[in-house]
Every structure is written in structure tokens, then in C-alpha cells.
Design a binder for this molecule. Structure first.
Ligand SMILES: [Fe+2]
Length: 356
């Protein structure tokens, strides 16, 4: 539409005289006119480009009402004016129910009133178009903003995941550096992780539980970073004082992890990886059901590695002796089910000659 003075109007009237007269008048007002003799042809010429439709009511074939019903189905928001020869109440009600915008009596006698009615209808069309454009624009904007937000969210999530990974990697690097300083503890973390995950798998733990267990194993001795490594590397047994300091490492490790909100489950495991089932462990002396399955697994894995690795203050046990020792401490130090499962796996591996 170029404005209220230059609209595109469709008129359907089977009466050639009326049709041509209306067409002439509309053109005189500056509008573009499509004139057709039937409702069927009006529907054929129906497009969203139209600004106004003028329909005769009584037409052979499809009458004006049926034509309007079909027009309504297309939902183009084009106002419809009926041309009425007879002023019947029944017609008026029907037309209003169909959503007709106005009536123009035939023959058209007062051009000014006709012009006003046409202009009003065209103005209504402009309003509908503006409203639709505004709505579409708004919807487009909302869609674009939603997509933008989703993108930002994805980026933030990725960023936070990266931060988590790099925080964990930093700790791993530190822990590995610490272990590598001492020939006795080199590879301890990797082995404990390996044992613990083997047990988790044999116990059919979920992927999420295994992931937590893996991260906890990787940082379980991170607290030793703060302890003078000379203690750990020192040949011979540790003094009581040195042991007291060593026993602080689970607590220190938990404090190191504390600021990492994504590792709160791991924090519990790190803090309690030297607890015992009978509550005689450290640092908190908790036991039994207070210890979760992941903590029970890491205590077995950690102790098994300590038994089978050479330390500065002791000789290492072989697999059979370590299994026997684990079983001896079932109920007091270790969870029976974890030890049973791990012993089974170790036996199987020993028989098949596959190293764990
Ligand atoms: Fe430890």
C-alpha cells in the first residue's frame, strides 16, 4: 500500500454496471482496482497485497457470504465491505458475524460517504499491517535474543568447564611433580586411580560416580604438597612428630579443593581417604555408613598400592600377601564388599597374567 489514497482494492459483483461504476469511482480516488464478476474469481485473485475487498452479496454460484468465509480462512487481515441492494436485518447480522467491516448500499449515491467508508477501511488495513509487522518484528527480535542468550550460555558453560579442567590440571601437575621427586611414591596417583576405577567398574557404579572417584583419586594426596617432602623421602621410619604432620595431608588437601565448587563430592573423599570402617582412622574418625562407597573404594585402592609399593621405611608385599592383608582388615579398616570385589579382580588378573 502506498497510502490511504493509493490502495489496492478487489471488487466482486456479478452486475457489470455496478462493478464498472464502483471501479471507476475507486480509480478516480486514485486506487488500483481488480474487478471480477464472481466470488470464485475473487478468491482466485486474493493475495496479501490487497488492502480492501468489496463483495456483492447476491451473486450466482458462490455468494458474498460464502466468499467471505473462504477469505477468512486465509487470515490475511484484509477488511471486507459488503455491497447491499436490500437493507435486510438478517443480512446485516450475518455479515457482522462473519466480521465484515462495513456496508455500502447500492446504488452508490453519495460519493463523499462512499469515499469516507473506503478510506476508513483502508486505514484499518494499514493498522492491521502495522500491527502484524510490529508483532513479526517483535517475534524475530525475541527469537534472535533467545538464540543470542543460548549462545552466551553455551560459551559460559564451556568457559566454566574449561576453568574446571584447568584447575584440576594444575593440581595434577603439582601432584605429579611432588610424586616424581620421590622414587618411592612415583606413579602412586596413577596406580590408585587405576585400582579404584577397576573396583568401581566391577561394582557396576555409574559413569558419574566413576568420574567423581577418578577426580578424587587424582588429587587425593594433594595435601602432601604443603608438607615438607623431606619427610616423605626420608629413609627409615618417620618419627611420631613427622607422622602427626603427615596425617594432616587429607585435611590440607580438602582445604585446597574447598574453593572449587564443582569438586565438593571429591572434597569429602579426599578428606576421608584415611578413615577406617571402625572409625579409628583420621582426620575425623568417622566410619561405617558415614563413609560413602567412593571413599570406601579409595581407601582400599590407596592401601593396596601402599602395601605393594616400596617405601623408604618398608619392603613391599606381593599381590597374594596384599590380598591377604586387605582381607585381614575387612570390617575394621575396609568395607567387606569392596575388598571382596577387588580380591576377585586381583585373583583373576593374576591367573590370566594380566597386570592391573
Ligand atoms: Fe593419602
Amino acid at each position: 500500500m502506498k497510502g490511504t489514497n493509493q490502495a489496492k482494492v478487489l471488487i466482486a459483483d456479478d452486475d457489470t454496471l455496478v462493478r464498472e461504476a464502483v471501479q471507476k469511482i475507486l480509480r478516480m480516488f486514485g486506487h488500483e482496482v481488480v474487478a471480477v464478476p464472481s466470488g470464485e474469481e475473487a478468491l482466485e485473485r486474493l493475495t496479501a497485497e490487497l488492502d480492501l475487498i468489496i463483495l456483492d452479496i447476491n451473486m450466482p454460484g458462490m455468494d458474498g457470504f460464502e466468499t467471505m468465509r473462504q477469505i477468512n480462512r486465509r487470515d490475511l487481515g484484509i477488511p471486507v465491505i459488503f455491497l447491499t441492494g436490500v437493507g435486510s436485518m438478517e443480512y446485516a447480522v450475518k455479515a457482522i458475524n462473519l466480521g465484515a467491516y462495513d456496508f455500502i448500499p447500492k446504488p452508490i449515491e453519495d460519493l463523499d460517504i462512499f469515499n469516507i467508508k473506503i478510506r476508513r477501511a483502508i486505514e484499518k488495513r494499514m493498522y492491521v499491517l502495522q500491527e502484524r509487522a510490529y508483532k513479526e518484528n517483535l517475534e524475530r527480535e525475541v527469537r534472535a535474543k533467545t538464540a543470542e542468550l543460548a549462545d552466551k550460555n553455551r560459551l559460559l558453560e564451556e568457559y566454566s568447564r574449561n576453568l574446571e579442567v584447568s584447575a584440576l590440571n594444575t593440581m595434577l601437575t603439582l601432584q605429579t611433580a611432588l610424586e616424581e621427586k620421590d622414587m618411592y611414591t612415583a606413579g602412586h596417583t596413577i596406580r590408585v586411580t587405576n585400582y579404584a576405577l577397576t573396583i568401581a567398574q566391577a561394582m557396576c557404579l555409574s559413569a558419574e560416580e566413576s568420574a567423581v572417584l577418578e577426580r578424587a583419586c587424582q588429587v587425593h594426596d594433594i595435601g602432601k604438597l604443603v608438607i615438607d617432602v623431606n619427610y616423605i623421602r626420608k629413609p627409615g621410619a618417620l618419627s611420631d612428630e613427622e607422622w602427626a604432620l603427615m596425617r594432616k595431608h587429607p585435611e590440607i588437601g580438602a582445604n585446597i579443593i574447598k574453593p572449587l565448587s564443582f569438586m565438593q563430592q571429591e572434597l569429602f573423599i579426599v578428606r576421608h581417604h584415611h578413615e577406617r570402617l571402625d572409625g579409628k582412622g583420621y582426620p575425623d574418625g568417622i566410619g561405617g555408613t558415614e563413609l560413602d562407597i567412593l571413599t570406601k573404594i579409595i581407601t582400599v585402592a590407596d592401601s593396596y598400592d601402599a602395601m605393594t609399593s616400596k617405601r623408604s621405611y618398608k619392603v613391599n608385599m606381593d599381590t597374594a600377601a596384599a590380598i591377604a592383608e586387605l582381607n585381614r582388615c575387612v570390617g575394621s579398616q575396609f568395607d567387606p564388599e569392596v575388598v571382596r570385589v577387588f580380591s576377585e579382580v586381583l585373583h583373576k588378573k593374576r591367573k590370566t597374567g594380566v597386570a592391573l
